[in-house]
Ligand binder design. Structure first.
Ligand code: TGC
Ligand code: FAD
Length: 410
């Protein structure tokens, strides 16, 4: 549609140009910057600039035509966005959790799918290898993953076990000099392009263990899932294991049980709590700009009380979300954050970002449904973000369990 000469977009394309110029201004209503260190602000600003230069010019096409900009991995690696909190001796940049969060915010301001690529590589592949792996595994995999020489994926969800991963049926048995792995995983970000997968599977005793699986091994495959109307710049697939021989040295030695994968999720969910703010900000920025430039009934849309209500609520919710994420970040740095606190922030911030996208879409009127503006892309992406890493309702039940002490899952 963008190249259709029959469609005249004269006034709106002006707004689009103006909106694009100003999209990255950021909004810091409560002077959050004063709470950040110089290093945190520098990392955020570098990522914002990189997104502006490398992601924004291509992202609408990637989304529309379902293209996966894999070349961006190199830039992400150079900026230290792949496993930012990983110590430098393993190829990371040894950043603190607030720096990590701010990086995710800026990436998701660009696109949730690009943030996803960084989340999976850093929090779901590198983190478990660092946290639960042997020294041999750390040295073999972490530098290669941090530099994007190797791409990883995280296999927890199965076709019949999404919200309830404890029920998984993927399993492995002792095959003498190796383990023999069988089973299937579903909805796995980056699986079709992955060199390695961190796969959670049950051993012969029924205990959940983590395995680092070479995706080039015989019997391992990763068919792509097609037809996604969300996160279209991100590639998603299955993982299928048919008698795959996994070297015994690839078992993660230092964790057993569901707390292994769930603690990786805590790290990634925290990143999403920041990331969603970025998507919300991009929608808000676009809506604010449009409301000041688009006139109806002889005045800018922003001059009507109903539009001001929408904008005022957006910036209020964004500000609350920023403060929630920042405080959670300080708890993460002090190693005091609980999984339930992470759930609250992930759930709240994704929900408000989605609401902001919906309201921003209304402010843009008909133009809001086109890819002249980022709104629908963010909105469609956020539908996935609301669901993955624990659905909106699962996180509500985690909070419910935390405050009542009663487990609604069992
Ligand atoms: P439950 O009995 O509650 O817990 C089992 C053990 O795990 C511990 N635990 C955690 N540990 C660390 N971090 C967390 N967030 C934890 N949550 C629980 C818990 O203390 C216990 O430890 P222990 O020592 O007693 O054994 O487990 P349950 O089976 O009742 O499940 C609870 C429930 C439903 C909350 C959990 O299964 C859950 O969170 N389900 C949602 C599944 C989910 O989030 N899947 C995400 C898949 S990965 C993904 O979506 C990646 S998207 C990638 C991208 O960004 O592109
Ligand atoms: P279900 O668990 O079937 O849930 C369906 C609905 O039922 C939801 O609304 C849920 O909230 C509700 N529900 C379930 N149980 C309860 C309950 N007890 N009480 C009330 N309501 C309930 N997984 C990975 O392992 N690795 C990845 O890299 C990965 N990437 C993904 C990328 C994309 C694009 C998507 C869409 C998903 C990805 N996932 C990944 C999977 C994701 O984590 C799951 O989709 C999610 O956990 C939900 O599982 P499900 O889709 O099977 O839904």
């Amino acid at each position: 549609m963008r190249d259709n000469p029959n469609i005249i977009l004269t006034p709106a394309s002006e707004f689009k140009r103006a909106a694009k110029q100003d999209r990255f201004q950021g909004h810091d209503y409560y002077a959050l910057d004063e709470l950040l260190t110089t290093e945190q602000k520098m990392a955020r600003d570098a990522m914002r600039e990189w997104v502006r230069q490398e992601v924004s010019p291509i992202i609408e096409d990637c989304f529309e035509f379902n293209k996966h900009p894999l070349h961006l991995f190199k830039g992400l690696a150079e900026l230290g966005a792949l496993g930012p909190t990983t110590p430098t001796q393993y190829g990371g940049v040894g950043a603190d959790d607030i720096t990590y969060g701010l990086m995710m915010q800026e990436l998701e301001r660009g696109d949730s799918g690009i943030r996803s690529a960084a989340s999976v590589q850093g929090s779901l592949v590198m983190y478990p290898i660092y946290k639960f792996g042997s020294e041999f595994q750390r040295k073999k995999y972490l530098p290669a993953l941090a530099s994007a020489e190797m791409i990883g994926c995280f296999g927890l969800t199965e076709p019949d076990h999404g919200s309830n991963p404890a029920g998984m049926t993927t399993h492995f048995v002792d095959g003498g000099d190796c383990y023999i792995l069988n089973g299937a995983k579903m909805w796995i970000t980056n699986s079709p392009i992955a060199d390695v997968a961190v796969v959670w599977a049950k051993d012969e005793a029924g205990e959940i263990r983590g395995l680092i699986v070479d995706m080039h091994a015989k019997g391992a495959s990763a068919p792509e899932i097609h037809g996604k109307l969300s996160l279209r710049a991100s590639i998603t697939g299955e993982l299928v294991f048919e008698d795959v021989r996994v070297p015994k040295e690839n078992l993660l030695p230092n964790v057993k049980g569901l707390k292994g994968p769930l603690s990786c999720l805590s790290k990634a969910r925290y990143g999403i709590a920041w990331g969603a703010i970025g998507a919300g900000m991009d929608c808000y920025d676009s809506a604010l700009r449009y409301s000041l430039e688009r006139e109806q009934f002889g005045r800018p849309l922003g001059g009507f009380q109903l539009t001001q209500k929408k904008l005022a609520e957006m910036i209020t919710e964004l500000t609350k979300a920023q403060l929630l994420a920042w405080r959670l970040g300080t708890l993460m740095i002090a190693d005091k954050a609980t999984p339930a606190q992470v759930s609250m922030a992930k759930r709240n911030n994704v929900q408000i970002a989605l609401q902001i996208a919906r309201e921003a879409r209304q402010i843009h009127g008909g133009m809001g449904i086109t890819n002249e503006y980022p709104i629908m892309r963010h909105m469609m992406n956020l539908e996935t973000v609301l669901t993955y890493e624990g659905t909106h309702d699962i996180h509500l039940l985690i909070t419910g369990m935390d405050v009542t002490g009663l487990n609604a899952f069992k």
